[in-house]
Design a protein around this ligand. Structure first.
Ligand code: KIV
Ligand code: ZN
Length: 412
């Protein structure tokens, strides 16, 4: 049996993720989240951009002191002052990494940096050299790599590797590339720059076209061995590649993607929930892996299938990502099997004519209500125990009463 190649998971929720609007966190929140991300099993936590603010500096220092099982990275531009500041923040880490970056696309050189290609080459060499005098673990990123002239990109990466960078990161900064194009670029960088050197090729994809995860996976197939991502896919603009999606794609499709990583997938959902709680907003309901509906089945035919054998409609179990239980959502598309199952869970075994009768009332109610709660189901069973008509009119087989009452029920 061949051993699956190991992918380094680099989490940048606290740096790129935190840069997205509405996602800022205070120091205590960053440390709490960092601890959780560490126990999730990532390899690297990028804790911040120390020269950006006193807060970022303090957060990187605190995470470095707190998270001893992972590499902690600090971001810096390619200037001496940036590198030194980042080092001051991260030096206390058990495994510190300096991550220095400069843009390589002409549009960034001309309009943002106002530097020539020669100057960018020199800045790259000097900052990587300086970083290497401080730590053996140095990552270099060529910002906007996917819109850069390929020859110049390779020249800069070559300069970084020559100066001692141990990881070369190829960011799709503006989420512009496509999977096949990106895979081609990664292969080219490996052939022209990395060769047998042992330098790790990394990717960092943004999601502007909704392709961040697909691009990251294509890059892994093409030889990238570090993937940069964030919990819930938060990050600049449309976000970064979502860690949970990349990791679960590797796990569920290990037949096509035979790569291993250290993430304990059972921690994914609790980590996603903690992030949502801290930043004050969750993911969209249909978000892959961690969305509220990711494991919910409403259509009757799907519910029947899932109850008989989850593999009918689920390619992974909710438990495998730490979702407590499979949530069958009862609604107007639900079938008798799902309804009977929920009643059984509530302690009522229904079958035959009795089930048909309740099912008829249920579909009438479901036509009027978006969500059906257990209380609704129990009211359908026991008409005499139902609340007064002005609050709730329901009962076994009493569909007409729903219509005549014209009630809009709580949660409808
Ligand atoms: O998107 C990007 O290019 C970045 C770099 C700093 C790695 O976030
Ligand atoms: Zn980024």
């Amino acid at each position: 049996m061949t051993c699956a190649e190991r992918i380094t998971v680099f989490d940048t929720t606290l740096r790129d993720g935190e840069q997205s609007p509405g996602c800022s966190m205070n120091l205590e929140e960053k440390v709490r989240l960092a601890r959780r991300i560490e126990s999730l099993g990532v390899d690297v936590i990028e804790a911040g951009f120390p020269i950006a603010s006193e807060g970022d500096f303090a957060a990187v220092r605190a995470v470095a002191a707190e998270c001893r099982q992972v590499t902690v990275a600090a971001l810096c531009r390619t200037t001496g002052a940036d590198v030194i500041r980042a080092w001051e923040a991260v030096r206390g880490a058990a495994r510190p990494r300096l991550h220095t970056f400069v843009a390589t696309s002409d549009i960034h050189l001309e309009h943002k940096l106002r530097k020539t290609r020669r100057e960018v080459l020199e800045m790259t060499r000097e900052s990587v050299r300086l970083a290497r005098t401080l730590t053996a673990d140095v990552e270099f990123s060529a910002e906007d790599a996917t819109r850069s002239d390929v020859d110049f990109l390779c020249e800069v990466l070559e300069a970084a590797a020559g100066a001692g960078a141990t990881t070369l990161n190829i960011p799709d900064t503006v989420g512009y590339t496509t999977p096949m194009e990106f895979a081609q670029l990664i292969r080219l960088v490996r052939e022209r720059v990395v060769r047998e050197s042992g330098v790790v090729v990394s990717v960092h994809c943004h999601n502007d076209l909704g392709l961040a995860v697909a691009n990251s996976l294509a890059a892994i197939e093409a030889g990238a061995r570090q993937v940069e991502c964030t919990i819930n896919g938060i990050g600049e603009r449309a976000g970064n590649a979502a860690l949970e999606e990349v990791v679960m794609a590797l796990r569920v499709r290990s037949d096509r993607l035979p790569y291993a990583c250290g993430v304990d997938t059972g921690q994914i959902y609790p980590t996603s929930q903690l992030l949502s709680e801290i930043i004050g907003f969750g993911v969209q309901p249909n978000k892959a892996i961690v969305g509220r509906n990711a494991f919910a089945h409403e259509a009757g035919i799907h519910q029947h299938g899932v109850l008989s054998n989850p593999l009918c409609y689920e390619i992974m179990t909710p438990e495998s990502v730490g979702v407590p239980t499979n949530r069958i959502v009862l609604g107007k598309h639900s079938g008798r099997h799902a309804l009977a199952q929920r009643y059984a869970e509530l302690g009522h075994a229904l079958a035959g004519a009795e089930l048909n009768d309740v099912y008829a009332s249920f579909t009438e109610l479901a036509d009027r209500k978006k969500r059906i709660y257990d209380q609704d189901l129990l009211s359908l069973l026991v008409p005499e125990a139902a609340p007064p008509a002005e609050v709730f009119v329901a009962g076994r087989g009493r569909a007409a009463e729903f219509r005549s009452a014209g009630l809009q029920l709580a949660g409808s």
